[in-house]
Design a protein around this ligand. Structure first.
Ligand code: SAH
Length: 214
C-alpha cells in the first residue's frame, strides 16, 4: 500500500474514529509525510498506531497523541508556537501547517540536526530548530501564544508559564516517569485554568525545571 493510502487510513481509523474532529488538524495529519520522520528500518510501520524509536533512546509520538495535543492547542493560523522536545520534527511539521511560526527546542544535538534537515527538505520555512534545555523556554523570543511540551514533565516548568501570552494555551503530559496525563492550561490575567485529558506515556523531560536525570 502506498504511503498516501496508509496516511488516509491512519487519519480515519486512529483519529476520526477516536474523536479527533478539528478539520484543520485532520487535514494537516493527512498532509505531513510521517514516513520521512522515522528510521528506514521502521518505514513499514511508519503509519502504525504507536510511537516508534528515533535513536538516542527517544521516540516519535503515536499519531493519535500528536493529533490530540494539536487539537487541544486550538490553532487558528496566526500563532507563534513553542515546542519543547523536537525529537524527529514530526510534531513541529504538523504545527507548521497550522500556525504562523514554530520555535522548537531539542536537548540532543544529533536529533535536532536531523529534524532541521528534514524540515528544510520539506520546505517548512516557518520552523526554527534550537538545541538546548527547553524547560527554560526561549526568553529571547517570548511571549508565545501556544506552548506544547512533548516529553513527560513532573510539572509544567515555571519559565514556560511565564513565557506564555495572556489568553495563551499550554499542552503537556504531566505525571510520573511511567505514566502521565495531558494537561491543558489556559492563561487568564496571570491565572491558569486547568483541564485534564488523555492518559499517556512519553519519554522524560530532562532539564533544570524537569526531571534531573534520565
Ligand atoms: N515531538 C517529537 C517527540 C519527541 S520525544 C516528535 O514529533 O518526534 C521527546 C523529545 O524531547 C526527545 O527527543 C528528548 O530528547 C526531548 N527532550 C527531553 N527533555 C528536553 C528538554 N529539557 N529540552 C528539549 N528537549 C527535551
Amino acid at each position: 500500500m502506498d504511503f498516501g493510502t496508509q496516511r488516509r487510513m491512519m487519519v480515519e481509523r486512529q483519529l476520526v474514529q477516536r474523536g479527533i474532529s478539528d478539520e484543520r488538524v485532520l487535514k494537516a495529519m493527512l498532509k505531513v509525510p510521517r514516513h520521512l520522520f522515522v528510521r528506514e528500518e521502521d518505514l513499514y510501520r511508519a503509519y502504525d498506531d504507536m510511537a516508534l524509536p528515533i535513536g538516542e533512546g527517544q521516540t516519535i509520538s503515536q499519531p493519535y497523541m500528536v493529533a490530540k495535543m494539536t487539537e487541544l492547542l486550538e490553532l487558528k493560523g496566526d500563532e507563534r508556537v513553542l515546542e519543547v522536545g523536537t525529537g524527529s520534527g514530526y510534531q513541529a511539521a504538523v504545527l507548521a501547517e497550522l500556525a504562523r511560526e514554530v520555535y522548537t527546542i531539542e536537548r540532543i544535538p544529533s536529533l535536532a540536526e536531523r529534524a532541521e534537515e528534514i524540515l528544510r527538505e520539506l520546505g517548512y520555512e516557518n520552523v526554527k530548530v534550537f538545541v538546548g534545555d527547553g524547560t527554560k523556554g526561549l526568553p529571547e523570543y517570548a511571549p508565545f501564544e501556544r506552548i506544547i511540551i512533548t516529553a513527560g514533565a513532573p510539572e509544567i516548568p515555571r519559565p514556560l508559564k511565564e513565557q506564555l501570552s495572556d489568553g495563551g494555551i499550554i499542552v503537556a503530559p504531566v505525571g510520573s516517569k511511567y505514566s502521565q496525563q495531558l494537561v491543558k492550561l489556559v492563561k487568564r490575567d496571570e491565572d491558569f485554568i486547568e483541564s485534564y485529558h488523555t492518559l499517556c506515556l512519553f519519554v522524560p523531560l530532562v532539564g533544570e525545571y524537569g526531571w534531573k536525570d534520565e
